[in-house]
Design a protein around this ligand. Structure first.
Ligand SMILES: N[C@@H](CCC(=O)N[C@@H](CS)C(=O)NCC(=O)O)C(=O)O
Length: 211
């Protein structure tokens, strides 16, 4: 059994944030596939055993079970000395963007993708609201990246791995990614990090949502 075990599925960008970190840090890890689309994360068993919040990712390491991608990324950065902060100011900056990501960026982007791509709701007032919120958050990130290669400056940190998590799903996001030039260049920079892989290459994929 690998030292690090990640409860995840390939469609989950939140899981990808952690899978990518594990891969970039060359840590010995293995995925444990969770049947999210058939409600596994909603079962009392999953909540009691793995995550009371009813979510992936969950990382198991050295007898610990960790949840929330931001916390897991922080744990791995501390454990490996990679992609973490080198001073207090940078630590605050990393957390500022991880919180923005969890609240506005990933939250809107991932929910929109779920509704349109997997639940197939079609366009509704909810998807319109989420798309507007996503585009607004993307404008903020695009502007932020205008004068720097990575979110907190000259090198990639866990803030980049968190924020970029969903973007490689491309067309599945149903937002005009190509309109955001600085985001596009930043995605290429992250992609160029040694060991980068696409989420569908890194984690197992199940049959999806029954129609
Ligand atoms: N803020 C959490 C979000 C995790 C999350 O929303 N995970 C989704 C899959 S990408 C999930 O498990 N959702 C289960 C549900 O909503 O029932 C994190 O970053 O880990």
């Amino acid at each position: 059994m690998a030292d690090y075990r990640l409860w995840c599925m390939a469609e989950s960008g939140n899981s990808y944030k952690v899978a990518l970190m594990l891969e970039l840090c060359r840590l010995p890890w293995e995925p444990v596939w969770v049947d999210f689309f058939h409600g596994e994360t909603r079962t009392p068993d999953y909540r009691a055993k793995f995550n009371e919040m009813g979510e992936v990712p969950v990382l198991e390491h050295a007898g610990l079970r960790l949840t929330q991608s931001g916390v897991i990324l922080d744990y791995l950065a501390t454990a490996t000395g990679q992609f973490g902060a080198t001073n207090e100011e940078e630590r605050r900056e990393i957390w500022r963007w991880i919180l923005f990501d969890n609240h506005k960026f990933t939250a809107s982007l991932a929910t929109l993708r779920y509704l349109v791509q997997f639940a197939r709701t079609g366009e509704t007032p909810v998807t319109e609201f989420l798309r507007a919120r996503t585009v607004n958050a993307m404008k903020i990130v695009d502007h932020h990246l205008e004068d720097k290669p990575f979110v907190t400056g000259q090198r990639a940190t866990i803030a980049d791995l968190s924020m970029v998590g969903y973007l490689y799903y491309g067309d599945e996001l149903t937002v005009p990614l190509e309109d955001f030039v600085h985001i596009g260049r930043w995605m290429e920079r992250v992609k160029a990090l040694p060991g980068w892989k696409h989420p569908y290459e890194l984690m197992p994929r199940g049959p999806g949502l029954a129609r």
